[in-house]
Design a protein. Structure first.
Length: 87
C-alpha cells in the first residue's frame, strides 16, 4: 500500500486499485482498507440512500401540515401525524 499525505490530517492510499481517502492522525491498516473497499456503495445505491432521506424529510413536513389541519378540524390523527407534534 502506498500512502500519500495530502495535508496535515488527510491521507490517501491506493489499495487494490481503489483510492481511499480519510482524515486522522494514523494510517489505515490493510484490514481497514479491505473493509472500506468491500463495503463501498455504487453511485446508484448512494443516490437511493440520499433520495430516501429527502423523501423522509418531505413526508415529515407533509405529516406535520396534515396534523395541524386535522387538529383544527377536530379529526383523528394518524400515528405518523401524531409523531410530528411536540408538546
Amino acid at each position: 500500500m502506498a500512502y500519500t499525505q495530502n495535508n496535515d490530517d488527510v491521507f490517501s492510499v491506493d489499495y487494490n486499485g481503489q483510492k481511499i481517502i480519510w482524515s486522522g492522525q494514523r494510517h489505515a491498516t490493510e484490514a481497514e482498507c479491505a473493509d472500506i473497499v468491500a463495503n463501498q456503495k455504487t453511485p446508484e445505491e448512494i443516490e437511493a440512500i440520499n433520495q430516501a432521506r429527502i423523501d423522509a424529510v418531505a413526508q415529515k413536513a407533509t405529516d406535520k401540515a396534515n396534523a395541524k389541519a386535522k387538529l383544527i378540524a377536530g379529526e383523528a390523527l394518524t400515528e405518523a401525524e401524531a409523531d410530528t407534534i411536540v408538546i
